[in-house]
Design a protein around this ligand. Structure first.
Ligand SMILES: Nc1ncnc2c1ncn2[C@@H]1O[C@H](COP(=O)(O)OP(=O)(O)OP(=O)(O)O)[C@@H](O)[C@H]1O
Ligand SMILES: [Mg+2]
Length: 442
């Protein structure tokens, strides 16, 4: 506002000066016409009566000048020599206004030419000039009137703004109280008593609340699941460890230690599956960045790590590739998790002497397709829809699983914009097929 006041003052001064110049130019014009008339009335050849001189020159600070020049006789009368420097010229009928200088003093002058009343063949040029002092003084006076008015207006404006903000923000009080009364609730604020002006803000906060809510739910579910799933094996673990420690016979101790080993394995599996599921369910904001992944080179690498286990379990693990690259946009670590779970299931359910085939392909519309088939017992079709639910295991399930593997698969697939489909395999067992959206690598 201070800058605006300074700017407005400069503009106001310029305008006032222009106005003052206009008024003073008009006065000068009147002066020169009066002198010309006086010369005519007195049939003078150029010299002015003392009374007239006195009137024209009268100025306490000596700021007015005049001169009468005859074409024939040169300077006839005048107060001083005008050093003419014609600029800013303005023509008013027979008179010419211009900027000039007397000595070093800048002046505004007007000259009018008329036939000499006393000598028919002569012409007279009457010049009247004044310093710029009065013009600038008038402009300053106008400015001094305007600036206080502006300052007063600004003070009024500031008071209004202060009042407006102070009282305007009071409409937020009910909302503030409503939010302050909350303990840990992340329910939406709703639009009830929210002024329209801040609706965009509260809606953004509602969006944030929604994301936080799902995160909190995720954490709560993880804690509840972990507590529920780990309590029994951990209790068994401590029981069998105690038994092993107190065992008097070697067989008894070995049996307890075998239980300890099995339960420790289950605790480890449950924990890692729960963590993997939580990670796969975490809001996308925390997701690791998606990169261009070539399934044709990623998948065989992962399968390689399952070969030894397949050999040990007597399962024929085969790979049916595409012969060329198969690009998707994905997170290699999640994809590894996904394939690990599918191959793990397939090897477990195919059983000794069984066959597992992992195949890659692409559909006509350019989707990348990852298939895992096995020749195990499969899943009865009424239950196919339930595969991928957390903790869901079919009645035929092999002991030891947590029921989280396919839930992890489904979440990871969804995160990749892909769909996990469960069905019957041509091999006789279960087929899991993941279709990734078409992706053209950069
Ligand atoms: N290849 C398969 N053949 C037959 N049934 C299967 C197959 N894969 C999964 N299932 C059934 O689906 C259920 C869920 O599988 P999921 O991988 O989610 O859990 P899990 O294997 O029991 O436990 P884990 O979390 O340790 O993998 C299994 O318990 C099993 O009943
Ligand atoms: Mg599994």
């Amino acid at each position: 506002m201070l800058a605006a006041v300074v700017f407005a003052a400069v503009i106001a001064y310029a305008a006032a000066l222009a106005y003052s110049n206009h008024v003073h130019d008009r006065d000068l014009e009147e002066d020169v016409r009066s002198v010309a008339k006086m010369l005519q009335d007195t049939h003078s050849t150029g010299s002015l009566p003392g009374q007239v001189k006195f009137l024209i020159e009268y100025d306490t600070a000596g700021r007015n000048y005049f001169a009468v020049e005859s074409r024939r006789h040169g300077r006839v009368s005048g107060s001083t020599q005008l050093i003419s420097r014609r600029s800013n010229v303005l023509i008013r009928g027979s008179a010419v206004l211009y900027d000039a200088q007397v000595g070093n003093v800048p002046v505004r002058a007007i000259s009018a030419t008329l036939p000499s009343p006393g000598e028919a063949s002569d012409t007279l040029t009457v010049t009247v000039a004044e310093t710029l002092h009065d013009r600038q003084a008038s402009a300053r006076e106008i400015l001094l009137l305007i600036v206080p008015i502006q300052l007063f207006l600004i003070a009024v404006l500031l008071a209004l703004v202060w009042h407006g903000v102070r009282f305007g923000l009071r409409i937020l009080d009910p909302l503030t109280q409503r939010l302050a009364a909350r303990d840990r609730e992340l329910e939406p604020i709703t639009d009830a008593d929210v002024p329209v002006e801040i609706l965009p803000l509260t809606r953004t906060i509602d969006g944030l609340f929604a994301r936080l809510r799902s995160l909190v739910q995720l954490h709560e579910r993880f804690i509840a699941d972990a507590a529920h799933q780990l309590r029994t094996p951990l209790a068994g673990l401590s029981l069998h460890a105690e038994r092993a420690a107190n065992a008097s016979r070697v067989e008894e101790r070995d049996a307890s230690l075998a239980f300890v080993q099995e339960l420790a394995g289950r605790v480890a599996r449950t924990s890692s599956q729960l963590l993997a599921l939580t990670l796969a369910e975490a809001p996308l904001g925390d997701a690791r960045a998606m990169v261009a992944v070539d399934l044709a080179s990623l998948v065989p690498g992962i399968l390689g790590q399952h070969v030894q286990r397949a050999l040990n379990d007597g399962v024929d693990l085969g790979f049916d590739g595409t012969g060329g690259p198969l690009w998707i946009s994905g997170d290699p670590n999640s994809l590894r998790e996904l394939l690990d779970n599918l191959v793990d299931n397939a090897i477990v359910y195919a059983g000794r002497g069984g066959t597992v085939t992992v195949a890659l392909g692409s559909t006509a519309s350019g989707e990348a397709c990852l298939r895992v088939d096995d020749d195990g017992p499969g899943v009865p079709s009424p239950l196919l829809d339930r595969l991928g639910e957390r903790f869901f295991r079919t009645p035929q399930a092999v002991a030891g699983g947590t029921g989280l593997g396919l839930a992890i698969v489904r979440r990871i697939a969804r995160r990749h914009g892909a769909l996990a489909a469960f069905g019957a395999s041509g091999l006789g067992g279960l087929r899991v097929e993941i279709r990734f959206p078409r992706y053209d690598p950069p």
